[in-house]
Design a protein around this ligand. Structure first.
Ligand SMILES: C[S@@+](CC[C@H](N)C(=O)[O-])C[C@H]1O[C@@H](n2cnc3c(N)ncnc32)[C@H](O)[C@@H]1O
Length: 220
């Protein structure tokens, strides 16, 4: 008699890159050039940065991970809000970005920021260590979204939140650049995140061209 052994593997176990090369521009980045790209008037998340931070509900003492921290625009704002006892983890696959975030935070007297240079599949955060995972303009840069979501899920404490801010991608409305650069629209992103064990809690109308979604760990 033949016995069929079924081994069910999670989605993320053998995940292949869904966007090879999407982060090539960050492999050896020119710091000041990217500061002028990410921290400029006219960029919607920059213009609304204070409203965004307020809408996350961040409070003193919280442990926050800014995942895909870039030049640290939000890392610095969160660091002031969670001080004196809270910590912000700046997480990015680019060592240049993390080294410069730590330098600029030191120069500004923000001593509650830690840097993590992660691999594109995992956050590098300890399990159950954070209250808020903040992912802005970065979800569409994840080459391995299922693996990253699994890792974010593990790093969140019970009751923790995941905030995703990303470009609206609506055929006939969004610019050709967004249609080409962003791989999925809001509803597809919500489905992916729910499949990873999160529950959609709120959508906040903070911006026009970007959506702002808050998720909790399923069951918490
Ligand atoms: C468009 S930038 C956004 C930077 C920042 N969040 C902001 O809004 O100013 C995307 C960032 O995500 C980083 N990134 C891409 N994939 C990542 C991953 N799997 N984990 C952490 N960072 C990642 C890139 O290196 C880059 O710094």
């Amino acid at each position: 008699m033949c016995c069929l052994l079924l081994v069910i593997q999670p989605l993320w176990a053998n995940e292949q890159s869904i966007r090879p090369g999407v982060n090539r521009q960050y492999e050896n980045p020119n710091w000041s050039q990217w500061v002028s790209v990410f921290e400029r008037r006219g960029r919607e998340v920059y213009e609304h940065r204070h409203a965004i931070v307020a809408a996350t509900g961040v409070r003193p003492g919280m442990q926050v991970a800014d995942i895909g921290a870039g030049t640290g625009l939000f890392t610095r704002l969160f660091a002031s809000k969670v001080a004196p006892t809270g910590t912000v983890y700046a997480v990015d696959i680019s060592r240049t970005f993390i080294e410069n975030i730590l330098r600029t935070c030191r120069e500004m007297g923000l001593n509650n920021v830690e840097g993590i240079v992660n691999s594109p599949r995992i956050t590098g955060l300890p399990d159950q260590s954070i209250d808020l995972a903040f992912v802005t303009d970065t979800y569409h840069h994840f080459e391995y979204p299922a693996s990253m979501l699994e890792s974010i899920h593990r790093s969140l404490r019970t009751g923790g939140r995941l905030v995703i801010i990303d470009f609206r991608r609506e055929p006939g409305i969004s610019s050709p650049w967004v249609m080409g650069h962003v791989r999925a629209g809001k509803n597809a992103v919500i489905r992916e995140i729910q499949a990873a064990g999160f529950r959609l809690v709120t959508e906040k109308p903070v911006m026009r061209s970007n959506y702002f979604l808050t998720f909790s760990k399923e069951g918490s």
